[in-house]
Design a protein around this ligand. Structure first.
Ligand code: PLP
Length: 450
């Protein structure tokens, strides 16, 4: 389909094709209750995933000592970032009111990114199925047993394959190797060197491709199909990844309660999540909508050159279109978001749940990163800084103000809460951090000491 025809379907395509930053309100956004009726998954599925993670907690606690405090649950802090809110209001004229919070999946145990949710969940589920099938464990047994040498030996007969831009590979690689699987991570050219090095140090086979993420996934899938003892983690279509991410919402509810954050008709909640292929933000969105319904407003953020999800949802073409089709490169400094073709499964699932999208230029990633570091002393990786585009624009751009009015919440924003979902960062090595900070300083200078 040519650009004119696409533009007829969705006028936003013109700006996307020009690599302009957009603030897009989803015309297909609907009432939660109705939207959920059209989705095959339910709260029971998310609760089942949460229960499985609970069963595995004794194993996780033994394998990853940094989960001692959470008793084997891989969970991240939720923290108020008042100083960053002031920064956004000063430097970016955000006009943001209410409370600004940071969900620190950047600091999740075991994998240092949001992928520790979906990725680890999917591999645990696979391991449980194999172990039950082969009589290695009984359902009522203590799952701490998964840390025993006999289990490692058992799993060494099986292989796991995954295609990744980096963080999914880290998460799948680390948990699979810990359980004893042979694991192969098929990496795209965008993947950062330190992520490959870290995986290799954990005995993971890293296979590099000259193509993009899509090419790495395709190759991984083909390799896995050749071997009956192997399992392929399908980032684009996996329901278990999705449910692993969705569990985040159940836990967030408890954390919001603890901080005294109310979410109801008079206290709207806004959540901003960076988006790649869609699995992580999609799963979190689904969970949040199950918990908070119409009171939560979820927005995604993508780089202007890799805006695949907004392109897929706006045109209704989902995985049948990629960013290269409208002349974009798919290349971005945000390695975790460097995806050209969105997941159809996720796009179809969230098309009536998602409030909108913000795309942004790469430069801003570094600026937000440094501001967060300076103001709050928290480091998160550039990809995850995309999330700050949302709070910068939600109360300052006309299309957003219109959305607030339409939703009948424009006069409730003083009592709103905003959650920026920090999706990665704690594993970034010191020297790479330094180079990012250097880049931020150069960007600031170029921007004329904003
Ligand atoms: C993977 C990733 C995302 C987005 O997740 P998708 O499932 O690809 O949409 C966001 N931020 C970071 C840092 C990531 O690694």
């Amino acid at each position: 389909m040519n650009l004119e025809a696409l533009e007829q379907k969705a006028p936003i395509v013109r700006k996307l094709a020009n690599a302009q930053e957009v603030s897009w309100i989803n015309p297909y956004y609907g009432k939660t209750e109705e939207a959920l009726r059209g989705i095959d998954l339910s709260m029971a599925d998310v609760e089942e995933a949460a229960a499985r993670l609970q069963r595995f907690a004794p194993f996780i606690r033994r394998a990853f000592p940094d989960t001692e405090e959470t008793k084997g649950l891989i969970e991240s802090p939720l923290r108020e970032i008042q100083a960053m809110k002031e920064e956004l209001n000063q430097s970016w004229k955000a006009g943001l009111t209410g409370r600004l919070l940071l969900k620190m999946d950047s600091h999740l145990a075991a994998a240092g990114s949001v992928k520790a949710r979906g990725g680890i969940y999917e591999i645990l589920k696979h391991a449980e199925e194999l172990a039950l099938e082969q009589g290695m464990i009984r359902p009522e047994e203590d799952y701490g047993k998964f840390a025993e040498p006999e289990m490692k030996e058992f799993f060494s007969r099986y292989a796991v394959h995954v295609g990744s831009t980096g963080n999914l590979g880290l998460s799948i690689g680390i948990i699979s190797a810990t359980l004893g699987f042979r694991v192969y991570v098929h990496m795209s050219q965008d993947a950062k060197q330190w992520k490959k090095d870290l995986l290799r140090s954990k005995n993971v086979q890293v296979i590099e491709y000259t193509g993009d993420y899509g090419a790495a996934v395709k190759q991984g899938r083909a390799e896995a199909e050749k071997d009956p003892y192997s399992y392929f983690v399908d980032d684009e279509n996996s329901v278990s990844l999705f449910l692993g991410y969705a569990v985040a919402a159940l836990r967030l509810q408890g954390q919001l309660d603890e901080l005294g954050v109310v979410v109801d008709e008079d206290h709207p909640l806004f959540v901003y999540i960076p988006c790649g292929v869609g699995g992580a933000p999609g799963g979190v969105t689904f969970g949040l909508k199950l918990v908070y319904g119409d009171h939560v407003h979820v927005f995604y953020e993508e780089p202007t050159q890799a805006c695949c999800m907004v392109l897929g949802i706006a045109t209704g073409l989902h995985s049948e279109i990629c960013v290269q089709d409208i002349g974009l490169s798919g290349k971005t400094e945000a390695d975790g978001l460097a995806v050209g073709r969105p997941s159809k499964f996720v796009g179809k699932t969230v098309e009536h749940l998602l409030s909108g999208e913000f795309t942004l230029e790469d430069e801003k990633l570094y600026l937000y990163m440094k501001e967060l570091l300076d103001r709050e002393n928290v480091f998160i990786e550039p990809s995850s800084c995309a999330a700050f585009a949302g709070p910068c624009r939600i109360q300052s751009e006309d299309v957003c103000l219109e959305y607030l009015k339409e939703q009948g919440i424009e006069d409730k924003m003083e009592k709103a809460s905003h959650i920026v979902w920090a999706t990665g960062g704690s594993l970034v090595p010191e020297d790479v951090r330094e180079s990012y900070i250097q880049k931020a300083i150069e960007t600031e200078e170029k921007a004329g000491g904003r």
